[in-house]
Ligand binder design. Structure first.
Ligand SMILES: [Zn+2]
Length: 433
């Protein structure tokens, strides 16, 4: 249940924000430029955009619209389901009982917190399993996006749970330590502690966490590697390696991303993109990823998260006091320093992040649009980029309304991406003689 583990969700967002361009396709790995998008004196941006959009069969579009719009409802169901679980744990006093159990096992406070965290995480995972399995397994298979059978999928989930168990225990031990020592200013110091752990996780993720799920290796195609490294060096990126990942183990989506921080920062493309993307398309996607790198989106994203975490903790500070005054006795929670408060923290946090959904999506989408522009300028592959946008359209709605895009899209829509590419082409027709 992702909304119940906000910290890890943020980590996941921070490590993937930086540029997923997932795509799935039945289209051949060859670029087909429609007649309307051919360079000519009559080149028309709207006509070229529409011609590319028309490459997508209506049935494929209906399917991706259904998948993506279903995701809007899942946002709501995830939120409500998480709220229901938290209220259950509080009102049935299961949370207080889990705390009592942890206190019976040990008298050492930090260890009590870690034990409570383990009890909490396992219980919430079990209660959340019906929706989690539908969402993560059956629904993905229904739309042809998943490649794993139930056994390997479950093993991946258990690995995620183990990571969550360890990182969550470290974070809760640190946070409750801060709360108990600094009852008036814990929100500020707690936010900084949370941010520091986030930095560490982003730093180690490509080296230690990603390899737990997938095999990451240097790209074994010398011609393509040359092409990508030339693009990198021309853009001032001192890279000597390009990485690839066997994402086809889990999914049919094409993707590439920038991950890590400082020395661990790297660009990785997945094997679906390698297999099904045309060379022009791969170059366009790589240009986009390099945009994230050159424009320092990782660092800007981290700064945004720092501000967000401080605001989140300040909101928690006030709302926790208010809620505990009203219902603390009934839930048998002794105060903010009592681990039994955790479901309440998760409940209030899920409200905070649910309300902020459009803000979070927009902050990522703005960077994605910047990386798109950078990628077009760097790679000069406007048609490859349009093809990538169509590939993406197999699971992301192509032509949403403007408000819909603002609320739900963490990348520009396919139509807007193709339009931007065709505008770029129209302004650079001289390059195509
Ligand atoms: Zn991106």
């Amino acid at each position: 249940m992702k909304q119940l583990c906000w910290f890890l969700l943020i980590v996941a967002a921070a490590t993937t924000l930086l540029g997923q361009s997932d795509v799935r396709s039945a289209m051949p790995a060859k670029l087909t430029i429609p007649p309307e998008a051919q360079p000519s004196a009559q080149f028309n941006i709207e006509a070229a955009t529409n011609a590319y959009l028309a490459q997508m069969p209506p049935a494929a579009r209906a399917r991706s619209d259904a998948y993506f719009e279903g995701g809007y409802w899942l946002l709501l169901w995830d939120f409500l389901y998480g709220v229901a679980i938290a209220l259950l744990l509080l009102n049935l006093r299961w949370s207080a009982k889990m705390r009592d159990l942890a206190e019976r096992i040990t008298r050492f406070k930090p260890l009590q917190t870690a034990i409570y965290w383990a009890e909490y995480l396992i219980l919430v995972t079990i209660l959340g399993a019906p929706l989690g399995i539908y969402e993560g397994y059956f629904r993905e298979h229904k739309y042809g996006l998943a490649t794993q059978t139930f056994g390997p999928w479950t093993i991946d989930q258990l690995k995620g749970l183990a990571i969550n168990l360890v990182l969550g225990a470290i974070l809760t031990m640190a946070l409750f330590g801060v709360v108990r020592r600094l009852p008036r200013t814990w929100w500020l110091w707690g936010a900084l502690v949370t941010f520091l752990l986030l930095v560490v996780v982003v730093l180690i993720a490509p080296v230690y966490l990603v390899p737990m799920f997938n095999k990451v290796s240097p790209l074994n195609d010398p011609v393509l590697t040359q092409r990508i490294l030339r693009l990198a060096h021309a853009n001032g990126i001192p890279a000597n390696d390009v990485y690839m990942m066997d994402a086809s183990k889990q999914t049919t989506r094409m993707s590439a991303n920038v991950s890590g921080l400082g020395n661990t920062m790297r660009i990785t493309l997945n094997d679906n993109l390698l297999r099904r993307g045309s060379p022009e398309e791969i170059e366009a996607v790589m240009g986009h990823e390099m945009g994230h790198y050159v424009l320092n989106h990782v660092y800007k994203g981290m700064f945004f998260f720092l501000v967000l975490i401080v605001v989140w903790f300040a909101a928690l500070f006030h709302s926790l006091q208010w809620a505990l005054r009203r219902w603390g006795d009934r839930w048998q929670i002794r105060g903010i320093g009592d681990t039994a408060v955790l479901p309440l923290v998760m409940l209030l946090s899920s409200i905070f992040f649910f309300v902020l959904t459009p803000v979070l999506n927009t902050s990522v989408r703005v960077q994605e649009a910047e990386a798109d522009m950078y990628g077009l300028n760097a790679s000069r592959q406007a048609d490859g980029f349009a093809q990538a946008a169509i590939h993406l359209g197999e699971y992301r709605k192509m032509s949403p309304g403007p408000i819909e895009e603002w609320i739900f899209f963490d990348h520009p829509s396919g139509r807007n991406r193709i339009h931007a590419a065709m505008q770029w082409k129209a302004e650079n027709l001289a390059l195509f003689h």
